[in-house]
Write a protein that binds this ligand. Structure first.
Ligand SMILES: Nc1ncnc2c1ncn2[C@@H]1O[C@H](COP(=O)(O)OP(=O)(O)OP(=O)(O)O)[C@@H](O)[C@H]1O
Length: 370
Protein backbone atom coordinates (compact mmCIF):
# COMPACT_ATOMS: atom_id res chain seq x y z
CA UNK A 1 0.00 0.00 0.00
CA UNK A 2 1.33 3.49 -0.85
CA UNK A 3 2.19 5.89 2.02
CA UNK A 4 -0.51 8.48 2.70
CA UNK A 5 0.39 11.81 1.03
CA UNK A 6 1.60 14.45 3.56
CA UNK A 7 -1.21 16.82 4.49
CA UNK A 8 -1.32 20.10 2.59
CA UNK A 9 -1.04 22.91 5.14
CA UNK A 10 -3.38 25.88 4.88
CA UNK A 11 -2.99 29.46 6.01
CA UNK A 12 -5.58 28.76 8.69
CA UNK A 13 -3.50 25.82 10.04
CA UNK A 14 -0.46 28.08 10.33
CA UNK A 15 -2.43 30.90 11.96
CA UNK A 16 -3.88 28.48 14.48
CA UNK A 17 -0.34 27.36 15.37
CA UNK A 18 0.75 31.00 15.69
CA UNK A 19 -2.09 31.62 18.14
CA UNK A 20 0.13 29.84 20.66
CA UNK A 21 3.02 32.30 20.31
CA UNK A 22 2.89 34.89 23.06
CA UNK A 23 4.54 38.31 23.07
CA UNK A 24 6.56 38.03 26.31
CA UNK A 25 5.95 41.63 27.33
CA UNK A 26 2.32 42.05 26.34
CA UNK A 27 1.51 38.45 27.23
CA UNK A 28 -1.02 38.02 24.45
CA UNK A 29 -0.79 35.87 21.30
CA UNK A 30 1.03 37.63 18.44
CA UNK A 31 -1.94 36.94 16.20
CA UNK A 32 -4.20 38.87 18.54
CA UNK A 33 -1.75 41.78 18.60
CA UNK A 34 -1.88 42.40 14.83
CA UNK A 35 1.76 41.35 14.61
CA UNK A 36 1.13 38.86 11.82
CA UNK A 37 -0.42 40.80 8.93
CA UNK A 38 0.24 38.07 6.33
CA UNK A 39 0.80 34.33 6.17
CA UNK A 40 1.36 32.78 2.78
CA UNK A 41 1.50 29.06 2.07
CA UNK A 42 2.83 27.66 -1.18
CA UNK A 43 2.80 23.89 -1.14
CA UNK A 44 4.95 22.94 1.85
CA UNK A 45 6.61 26.37 2.12
CA UNK A 46 5.35 29.01 4.52
CA UNK A 47 6.19 32.71 4.69
CA UNK A 48 5.13 34.65 7.78
CA UNK A 49 5.27 38.44 7.89
CA UNK A 50 6.01 39.40 11.49
CA UNK A 51 5.65 43.03 12.53
CA UNK A 52 7.18 44.02 15.86
CA UNK A 53 5.74 46.86 17.89
CA UNK A 54 8.96 48.88 17.96
CA UNK A 55 12.37 49.00 16.28
CA UNK A 56 14.92 47.10 18.36
CA UNK A 57 12.28 45.27 20.38
CA UNK A 58 14.29 43.38 23.04
CA UNK A 59 12.12 40.30 22.65
CA UNK A 60 12.50 40.25 18.83
CA UNK A 61 14.77 37.19 18.63
CA UNK A 62 12.59 35.18 20.94
CA UNK A 63 9.35 36.06 19.14
CA UNK A 64 10.91 35.25 15.75
CA UNK A 65 12.19 31.91 17.06
CA UNK A 66 8.82 31.02 18.57
CA UNK A 67 6.98 31.99 15.37
CA UNK A 68 9.33 29.83 13.29
CA UNK A 69 8.96 26.87 15.66
CA UNK A 70 5.16 27.14 15.75
CA UNK A 71 4.83 27.38 11.95
CA UNK A 72 7.28 24.49 11.48
CA UNK A 73 5.21 22.31 13.80
CA UNK A 74 2.24 22.34 11.40
CA UNK A 75 1.98 18.94 9.67
CA UNK A 76 3.11 19.13 6.05
CA UNK A 77 5.24 22.28 6.44
CA UNK A 78 8.79 21.77 5.15
CA UNK A 79 10.25 25.27 5.38
CA UNK A 80 9.40 28.53 7.10
CA UNK A 81 10.52 32.03 6.20
CA UNK A 82 9.91 34.78 8.75
CA UNK A 83 10.06 38.30 7.32
CA UNK A 84 10.55 40.63 10.28
CA UNK A 85 9.44 44.24 10.06
CA UNK A 86 8.05 46.97 12.27
CA UNK A 87 4.44 48.09 12.63
CA UNK A 88 3.35 51.33 11.02
CA UNK A 89 2.83 53.97 13.74
CA UNK A 90 -0.92 54.10 13.06
CA UNK A 91 -1.26 50.32 13.52
CA UNK A 92 0.76 50.50 16.73
CA UNK A 93 -1.30 53.36 18.12
CA UNK A 94 -4.50 51.47 17.32
CA UNK A 95 -3.08 48.40 19.07
CA UNK A 96 -2.21 50.36 22.21
CA UNK A 97 -5.64 51.97 22.24
CA UNK A 98 -7.22 48.51 21.89
CA UNK A 99 -5.03 47.01 24.65
CA UNK A 100 -6.02 49.76 27.01
CA UNK A 101 -9.62 49.20 25.94
CA UNK A 102 -11.92 51.61 27.59
CA UNK A 103 -10.03 51.37 30.82
CA UNK A 104 -9.86 54.59 32.74
CA UNK A 105 -6.53 56.42 32.50
CA UNK A 106 -5.73 55.12 35.96
CA UNK A 107 -6.51 51.39 36.02
CA UNK A 108 -6.10 50.91 39.78
CA UNK A 109 -9.32 52.55 40.86
CA UNK A 110 -11.14 51.50 44.04
CA UNK A 111 -13.61 49.41 42.04
CA UNK A 112 -10.98 47.56 39.98
CA UNK A 113 -10.40 43.91 40.82
CA UNK A 114 -6.70 44.49 41.52
CA UNK A 115 -5.76 44.59 45.18
CA UNK A 116 -3.16 47.18 46.10
CA UNK A 117 -0.75 46.33 48.91
CA UNK A 118 1.50 49.19 50.04
CA UNK A 119 4.45 48.18 52.21
CA UNK A 120 5.68 50.97 54.45
CA UNK A 121 7.94 51.53 57.44
CA UNK A 122 8.58 54.30 59.93
CA UNK A 123 12.28 54.55 59.17
CA UNK A 124 14.86 53.27 56.69
CA UNK A 125 16.92 50.12 56.96
CA UNK A 126 14.32 47.90 58.61
CA UNK A 127 14.24 45.58 55.59
CA UNK A 128 11.05 46.93 54.00
CA UNK A 129 12.33 46.59 50.41
CA UNK A 130 13.71 43.12 51.07
CA UNK A 131 10.35 42.00 52.49
CA UNK A 132 8.44 43.68 49.62
CA UNK A 133 10.51 42.06 46.86
CA UNK A 134 10.16 38.63 48.47
CA UNK A 135 6.46 39.13 49.18
CA UNK A 136 5.79 40.00 45.52
CA UNK A 137 7.62 36.89 44.31
CA UNK A 138 5.86 34.72 46.92
CA UNK A 139 2.46 36.03 45.76
CA UNK A 140 3.41 35.21 42.15
CA UNK A 141 4.47 31.72 43.28
CA UNK A 142 0.89 31.23 44.42
CA UNK A 143 -0.25 31.78 40.84
CA UNK A 144 -1.35 35.38 41.26
CA UNK A 145 -0.61 37.99 38.58
CA UNK A 146 1.60 40.45 40.40
CA UNK A 147 2.93 43.93 39.60
CA UNK A 148 5.47 45.73 41.76
CA UNK A 149 5.96 49.50 41.85
CA UNK A 150 9.14 50.69 43.52
CA UNK A 151 7.82 53.96 44.93
CA UNK A 152 10.89 54.29 47.17
CA UNK A 153 12.18 56.94 44.77
CA UNK A 154 15.08 58.16 46.90
CA UNK A 155 16.33 54.71 47.91
CA UNK A 156 15.20 52.50 45.03
CA UNK A 157 16.56 49.00 45.52
CA UNK A 158 13.91 46.70 44.06
CA UNK A 159 15.61 46.07 40.66
CA UNK A 160 18.80 44.92 42.41
CA UNK A 161 16.90 42.75 44.90
CA UNK A 162 15.17 40.99 41.99
CA UNK A 163 18.32 40.59 39.88
CA UNK A 164 17.35 43.07 37.13
CA UNK A 165 19.58 45.98 38.11
CA UNK A 166 20.32 47.09 34.54
CA UNK A 167 16.89 46.38 33.03
CA UNK A 168 15.21 49.15 31.06
CA UNK A 169 11.50 49.22 30.26
CA UNK A 170 10.47 49.09 26.60
CA UNK A 171 8.39 51.95 25.30
CA UNK A 172 5.59 51.14 22.88
CA UNK A 173 4.20 54.49 21.80
CA UNK A 174 3.05 56.17 24.99
CA UNK A 175 2.94 52.94 26.96
CA UNK A 176 5.82 51.66 29.11
CA UNK A 177 6.31 47.89 29.29
CA UNK A 178 7.60 46.85 32.73
CA UNK A 179 10.52 44.39 32.84
CA UNK A 180 9.66 41.06 34.47
CA UNK A 181 11.60 39.21 37.16
CA UNK A 182 10.58 35.94 38.79
CA UNK A 183 7.09 36.31 37.30
CA UNK A 184 6.59 39.82 38.66
CA UNK A 185 6.18 42.89 36.41
CA UNK A 186 8.42 45.55 37.94
CA UNK A 187 8.78 49.30 37.54
CA UNK A 188 11.24 51.50 39.40
CA UNK A 189 12.65 54.99 39.11
CA UNK A 190 16.02 53.21 39.04
CA UNK A 191 15.16 52.08 35.48
CA UNK A 192 14.97 55.69 34.28
CA UNK A 193 17.92 57.36 35.97
CA UNK A 194 21.60 56.56 36.09
CA UNK A 195 22.14 54.16 39.01
CA UNK A 196 24.54 56.55 40.71
CA UNK A 197 22.25 59.53 40.32
CA UNK A 198 20.75 60.82 43.53
CA UNK A 199 17.08 61.62 43.04
CA UNK A 200 16.42 64.95 44.71
CA UNK A 201 12.97 65.83 43.45
CA UNK A 202 10.40 67.88 45.26
CA UNK A 203 6.75 67.01 45.84
CA UNK A 204 5.11 67.79 42.45
CA UNK A 205 7.74 65.88 40.48
CA UNK A 206 7.43 62.90 42.83
CA UNK A 207 3.65 62.99 42.51
CA UNK A 208 3.86 63.01 38.71
CA UNK A 209 6.31 60.10 38.70
CA UNK A 210 4.17 57.91 40.93
CA UNK A 211 1.10 58.85 38.90
CA UNK A 212 2.92 57.96 35.67
CA UNK A 213 3.92 54.59 37.09
CA UNK A 214 0.27 53.88 37.78
CA UNK A 215 -1.14 55.18 34.49
CA UNK A 216 1.47 54.84 31.72
CA UNK A 217 2.96 51.49 32.68
CA UNK A 218 1.14 48.67 30.95
CA UNK A 219 0.76 45.98 33.65
CA UNK A 220 -2.12 44.20 31.95
CA UNK A 221 -4.65 42.52 34.24
CA UNK A 222 -3.22 42.11 37.73
CA UNK A 223 -4.50 40.34 40.82
CA UNK A 224 -2.20 42.29 43.11
CA UNK A 225 -0.17 45.47 42.77
CA UNK A 226 2.51 45.70 45.47
CA UNK A 227 4.15 49.05 46.28
CA UNK A 228 7.48 49.53 48.01
CA UNK A 229 6.89 52.86 49.78
CA UNK A 230 9.64 55.18 50.91
CA UNK A 231 10.17 55.03 54.68
CA UNK A 232 8.38 57.64 56.76
CA UNK A 233 5.61 60.06 56.06
CA UNK A 234 6.86 62.20 53.16
CA UNK A 235 5.40 63.46 49.90
CA UNK A 236 5.22 60.07 48.21
CA UNK A 237 3.18 58.57 51.03
CA UNK A 238 0.69 61.40 50.68
CA UNK A 239 0.59 61.13 46.85
CA UNK A 240 0.03 57.38 47.01
CA UNK A 241 -2.67 57.96 49.61
CA UNK A 242 -4.44 60.35 47.23
CA UNK A 243 -3.98 58.17 44.16
CA UNK A 244 -4.76 54.84 45.83
CA UNK A 245 -7.08 55.48 48.77
CA UNK A 246 -8.17 51.85 48.71
CA UNK A 247 -4.63 50.50 49.21
CA UNK A 248 -4.10 48.01 52.02
CA UNK A 249 -1.06 48.97 54.05
CA UNK A 250 1.46 46.58 55.63
CA UNK A 251 3.84 48.15 58.15
CA UNK A 252 7.34 46.69 58.53
CA UNK A 253 9.21 47.28 61.77
CA UNK A 254 12.02 45.73 63.77
CA UNK A 255 11.69 44.10 67.20
CA UNK A 256 13.19 47.19 68.86
CA UNK A 257 10.64 48.79 71.12
CA UNK A 258 11.86 52.26 70.09
CA UNK A 259 10.90 51.51 66.46
CA UNK A 260 7.23 51.10 67.37
CA UNK A 261 6.64 54.87 67.64
CA UNK A 262 7.89 55.75 64.15
CA UNK A 263 6.24 52.70 62.61
CA UNK A 264 2.94 53.77 64.12
CA UNK A 265 3.31 57.26 62.67
CA UNK A 266 3.65 56.02 59.07
CA UNK A 267 0.55 53.86 59.55
CA UNK A 268 -1.41 56.83 60.88
CA UNK A 269 -0.56 58.91 57.79
CA UNK A 270 -1.85 56.05 55.64
CA UNK A 271 -5.07 55.98 57.66
CA UNK A 272 -5.53 59.72 57.28
CA UNK A 273 -5.65 59.27 53.51
CA UNK A 274 -8.31 56.60 53.88
CA UNK A 275 -6.09 53.57 53.39
CA UNK A 276 -6.61 50.45 55.50
CA UNK A 277 -3.73 49.19 57.61
CA UNK A 278 -4.03 45.40 57.44
CA UNK A 279 -1.16 44.37 59.68
CA UNK A 280 2.42 44.55 60.85
CA UNK A 281 5.48 42.52 59.86
CA UNK A 282 8.30 42.27 62.38
CA UNK A 283 11.55 41.88 60.48
CA UNK A 284 15.00 41.05 61.86
CA UNK A 285 13.43 38.99 64.65
CA UNK A 286 15.55 36.49 66.62
CA UNK A 287 18.44 34.72 64.87
CA UNK A 288 18.43 30.97 65.51
CA UNK A 289 21.80 29.76 66.86
CA UNK A 290 23.39 26.39 66.11
CA UNK A 291 22.80 25.33 69.75
CA UNK A 292 19.06 25.96 69.35
CA UNK A 293 18.99 29.20 71.33
CA UNK A 294 17.73 32.41 69.72
CA UNK A 295 19.81 35.58 69.58
CA UNK A 296 17.53 38.59 69.93
CA UNK A 297 19.92 41.08 68.33
CA UNK A 298 17.31 43.82 68.07
CA UNK A 299 15.39 42.94 71.22
CA UNK A 300 11.87 41.64 71.00
CA UNK A 301 8.27 42.73 71.07
CA UNK A 302 8.40 45.75 68.69
CA UNK A 303 6.18 44.12 66.09
CA UNK A 304 3.57 42.99 68.59
CA UNK A 305 3.57 46.39 70.25
CA UNK A 306 3.11 48.24 66.94
CA UNK A 307 0.32 45.85 65.96
CA UNK A 308 -1.41 46.31 69.29
CA UNK A 309 -1.22 50.09 69.17
CA UNK A 310 -2.69 50.09 65.68
CA UNK A 311 -5.29 47.47 66.54
CA UNK A 312 -4.21 45.20 63.66
CA UNK A 313 -2.73 41.68 63.55
CA UNK A 314 0.98 40.90 63.61
CA UNK A 315 1.05 39.16 60.22
CA UNK A 316 4.57 37.71 60.34
CA UNK A 317 7.83 37.61 62.25
CA UNK A 318 10.72 37.29 59.79
CA UNK A 319 13.92 36.21 61.53
CA UNK A 320 17.36 37.64 60.92
CA UNK A 321 18.75 35.51 58.12
CA UNK A 322 22.08 35.55 56.37
CA UNK A 323 20.52 33.73 53.40
CA UNK A 324 17.81 36.40 53.10
CA UNK A 325 20.45 39.14 53.02
CA UNK A 326 22.64 37.25 50.56
CA UNK A 327 19.65 36.52 48.33
CA UNK A 328 19.01 40.27 48.18
CA UNK A 329 22.62 41.07 47.38
CA UNK A 330 22.60 38.50 44.57
CA UNK A 331 19.19 39.35 43.14
CA UNK A 332 17.84 35.89 43.97
CA UNK A 333 14.97 36.34 46.45
CA UNK A 334 15.14 33.82 49.27
CA UNK A 335 11.53 32.71 48.68
CA UNK A 336 12.82 30.91 45.58
CA UNK A 337 14.64 28.55 47.96
CA UNK A 338 12.96 25.97 50.18
CA UNK A 339 13.82 25.43 53.80
CA UNK A 340 15.00 28.84 54.99
CA UNK A 341 12.98 30.04 58.02
CA UNK A 342 12.86 33.63 56.70
CA UNK A 343 11.54 32.38 53.34
CA UNK A 344 8.91 30.30 55.17
CA UNK A 345 7.80 33.32 57.19
CA UNK A 346 7.43 35.44 54.03
CA UNK A 347 5.58 32.68 52.18
CA UNK A 348 3.17 32.44 55.16
CA UNK A 349 2.78 36.22 54.99
CA UNK A 350 1.89 35.97 51.28
CA UNK A 351 -0.63 33.23 52.01
CA UNK A 352 -2.19 35.28 54.81
CA UNK A 353 -2.49 38.34 52.57
CA UNK A 354 -3.90 36.34 49.64
CA UNK A 355 -6.40 34.57 51.90
CA UNK A 356 -7.61 37.85 53.32
CA UNK A 357 -9.27 38.71 50.02
CA UNK A 358 -10.14 42.13 48.78
CA UNK A 359 -11.81 44.28 51.42
CA UNK A 360 -14.65 46.62 50.64
CA UNK A 361 -12.79 49.75 51.72
CA UNK A 362 -13.20 52.55 49.22
CA UNK A 363 -15.22 50.36 46.90
CA UNK A 364 -18.62 51.40 45.62
CA UNK A 365 -21.33 49.05 46.79
CA UNK A 366 -23.00 47.19 43.96
CA UNK A 367 -26.17 46.36 45.86
CA UNK A 368 -28.44 48.93 47.37
CA UNK A 369 -30.47 48.25 50.49
CA UNK A 370 -34.20 47.86 49.88
N1 LIG B 1 15.67 39.53 58.07
C1 LIG B 1 16.85 39.99 57.69
N2 LIG B 1 18.01 39.37 58.05
C2 LIG B 1 19.21 39.84 57.68
N3 LIG B 1 19.40 40.94 56.93
C3 LIG B 1 18.29 41.60 56.54
C4 LIG B 1 16.97 41.17 56.88
N4 LIG B 1 16.08 42.02 56.31
C5 LIG B 1 16.81 42.95 55.64
N5 LIG B 1 18.13 42.71 55.78
C6 LIG B 1 19.24 43.51 55.25
O1 LIG B 1 19.14 44.81 55.84
C7 LIG B 1 19.52 45.82 54.90
C8 LIG B 1 18.40 46.83 54.74
O2 LIG B 1 17.31 46.22 54.07
P1 LIG B 1 16.38 46.98 53.03
O3 LIG B 1 17.17 47.74 52.05
O4 LIG B 1 15.38 45.98 52.56
O5 LIG B 1 15.69 48.00 54.05
P2 LIG B 1 14.66 49.15 53.78
O6 LIG B 1 13.84 49.24 55.03
O7 LIG B 1 13.95 48.96 52.51
O8 LIG B 1 15.59 50.39 53.70
P3 LIG B 1 15.34 51.76 52.90
O9 LIG B 1 13.88 52.05 53.04
O10 LIG B 1 16.22 52.71 53.62
O11 LIG B 1 15.70 51.47 51.47
C9 LIG B 1 19.87 45.10 53.62
O12 LIG B 1 21.24 44.91 53.58
C10 LIG B 1 19.17 43.75 53.76
O13 LIG B 1 19.83 42.71 53.08
Amino acid sequence: MADAAPPTPTEQDVRRALDRVMDPELRRPVTELDMVPRVSVQGDRVTVDLELTIVGCPAADRIERDVRAAASSVPGVASVDVAVGVMAPAVRDALIARLRGDRPAMPFTPDSLTRVIAVTSGKGGVGKSTITANLAVALAQQGLRVGLVDADVFGFSIPGLLGIAGAKPTRVGEAIMPPRAHDVAVISIGMFVDERTAVSWRGPMLHRTVQQFLTDVYFGDLDVLVLDMPPGTGDVAISVGQLLPHAEVVVVTTPQKAAADVAERSALVARQTGQTVIGVVENMAGLAQPDGSVLELFGSGGGAETAERLGVPLLARVPLSIALREGGDEGEPIVLVDGDPAAEAIRDLARAIAARGRGLAGRPLTVSPR
